[in-house]
Design a protein around this ligand. Structure first.
Ligand code: PEP
Ligand code: MG
Length: 556
């Protein structure tokens, strides 16, 4: 029977497919005793699960090839290690269940490895993965991590962190549904980057059975469970119609009366560049360089590796602007070698620029790599720092850029309310501002961007957030400098008009949103956008602000 669930739509479009859950960490199996006569059957179950996991790892290695194949084959061998299996059998013979015996035998082996020198200690994570796979199979729960599927699916998760999603195969993910997360969570950002529909903060998402067919409407936030054929056709037809209308809009971002608002792309690395070019992005407004750092949690990527990645992005926009954000580690994007492990409140701790000022060598390598990557290219390179709190932060960053000999404009992200309140002071040190409305909302409303329960306060239509945007844009105008938006607020077509009316000079967003924003902006004059902005700021809630702006723009 068809049922409808409602969450928050954060990435446009419709996805229809089967649910696959992102497996969570395997729980410790209960330590219950089995009768002696069951031991043989349990030993058989354990062996079967081990063999199946080893076969699966080998098969995936054959598919992957290269270095990945060597790692997966080594894991398959670990699974079948004769001593480990003998230990599992012994534990079952004295009353353990198969899953508990595997769990305990691997724990003992893990301790041995962890104390056996650096190389073997480095294999502990691989061993844990093998154990989790065997235990998950024995318990009949989804495998931990990204689903093993060669058919396209709708990914359902509690929430998605950048590290979880690094392994996703974008060609298999039709859409996302998450139980937690708000419009600015990483699930939402990633969905927009991939151009797949997504619904977040959906209560009950975790209870959707594996394999259930769902239709996800990323514009309305509706998730239809077991949709009828009629519903599927209706949703697909509406989505196709909208897509065709959007394809007709091309060219730079401009209001109906010719006021230019460059539309730029948010990218995470070279892999996102093709979509940005295809969407007609006029450049990159936010290059989130931390994605380059996720491959190895123990050290920064080498200067050469960084030069190569930066150059690929810079070359894609030979005449355009490319705004590179230096590493934003910490809080929801922790890196083992940089982020303190014991902070009571990581979002308010050492993250973003604070991390880099504590590790100047990481910042220096990044800036030197950027200088080398830009050598000989006509690109307009701009570099900005995340989480700038005050003028002192801005100066420290600008000094580091100058010391690295970087030929670029230096800017500051406005993500902390203090930076918006004192934007003029910050602009004494840097040449542009870029509003990170995701974090700016988080810190203005004391609402963690990863917590679905407070997603109401993450709504970028909140008038208090619009006030801070206006303050920053006015300060930049007074200083004759630019002030863009690169947070998710820019990807909402109606809000993009309001931001333009508030004086924002460019809008940067996930590439899939560019056609939607371009088409809407082209319908209104700057004066209309300004009136809509004033009406939104005069409202008392996000809902009222949206309705007020909509009323102005539709001439009601
Ligand atoms: C923001 O906070 O708005 C932003 C653009 O940065 P991120 O989402 O990567 O924290
Ligand atoms: Mg941010």
């Amino acid at each position: 029977m068809e049922t409808t669930l409602r969450g928050v739509g954060v990435s446009h479009g419709v996805a229809i497919g089967e649910v696959r859950h992102m497996g969570t960490a395997v729980l410790e199996p209960p330590a219950k005793q089995i009768p002696a006569e069951d031991a043989e059957r349990e030993q058989g179950r354990a062996r079967q699960a081990v063999d199946a996991v080893a076969a699966d790892l080998t098969a995936r290695g054959n598919l992957a090839g290269g270095e990945a194949q060597a790692v997966l084959e080594a894991q398959a061998m670990m699974a079948q290690d004769p001593e480990l299996m003998a230990d599992v059998d012994r534990r079952i013979a004295v009353g353990s269940t198969a899953e508990r015996a595997v769990y305990d035998a691997f724990a003992a082996y893990r301790e041995l490895l962890a104390g056996a020198g650096e190389y073997l200690a480095g294999r502990v994570a691989d061993l844990d993965d093998v154990r989790n796979r065997i235990v998950a199979r024995l318990l009949g729960v989804p495998m931990p991590g990204v689903p093993d599927s060669d058919q396209p699916y709708v990914l359902v998760a509690r929430d998605l962190a950048p590290a979880d999603t690094a392994l996703l195969d974008p060609s298999l993910v039709l859409g996302f549904v998450t139980e937690e997360g708000g419009p600015t969570s990483h699930s939402a950002i990633l969905a927009r980057a991939l151009g797949v529909p997504a619904v977040v903060a959906l209560p009950g998402a975790g209870e959707l059975a594996e394999g259930t067919v769902v239709a996800v409407d990323g514009s309305t936030g509706d998730v239809f469970v077991n949709p009828s054929e009629e519903k599927k056709e209706q949703l697909s037809a509406a989505a196709a119609e909208r897509k065709a209308a959007l394809a007709a809009s091309t060219g730079p971002g401009v209001t109906a009366d010719g006021h230019k608002v460059p539309l730029l792309a948010n990218v995470g690395g070279p892999a996102d560049v093709a979509a940005a070019v295809e969407a007609g992005a006029e450049g990159v407004g936010l290059f989130r360089t931390e994605f380059l750092f996720l491959d190895d949690s123990k050290k920064a990527p080498s200067e050469e590796k960084q030069v190569e990645a930066y150059r690929q992005v810079l070359e894609a926009f030979p005449e355009g602007r490319v705004v590179v954000r230096v590493l934003d580690a910490g809080a929801d994007k922790p890196l083992d070698f940089l982020t303190p492990a014991d902070e009571p409140n990581p979002a308010l701790g050492v993250r973003g620029l604070r991390t880099l000022l504590d590790h100047p060598e990481v910042l220096r390598t990044q800036l030197t790599a950027l200088a080398k990557a830009a050598e000989g290219l006509p690109v307009h390179l701009e570099v900005m720092a995340p989480m700038v709190a005050d003028r002192r932060d801005a100066k420290a960053f600008a000094d580091a850029c100058r010391e690295a000999g970087l030929q670029a404009k230096f800017g500051a992200m406005v993500e902390i309310p203090s930076a918006a309140l004192r934007a003029r002071s910050i602009l004494r040190e840097v040449e542009f501002l870029s509003l990170g409305t995701n974090d700016l909302a988080q810190y203005t409303f004391a609402a963690d961007r990863q917590v679905g329960a407070v997603s109401r306060l993450q709504d970028p239509w909140q008038p208090a957030l619009l006030d801070l945007v206006a303050l920053s844009a006015e300060a930049a105008k007074a200083e004759g400098k630019s002030c863009g938006v690169c947070g998710e607020a820019a990807s909402d077509p109606l809000l993009a008009c309001v931001l333009t009316g508030l004086g924002v000079t460019s809008l940067s967003m996930g590439s899939a949103s560019i056609p939607y924003v371009r088409a809407t902006l082209a319908k209104y004059t700057l004066a209309q956008c300004e009136r809509a902005a004033a009406a939104a700021r005069a409202a008392d809630s996000a809902e009222e602000a949206r309705a007020a702006a909509q009323a102005v723009l539709s001439g009601e």
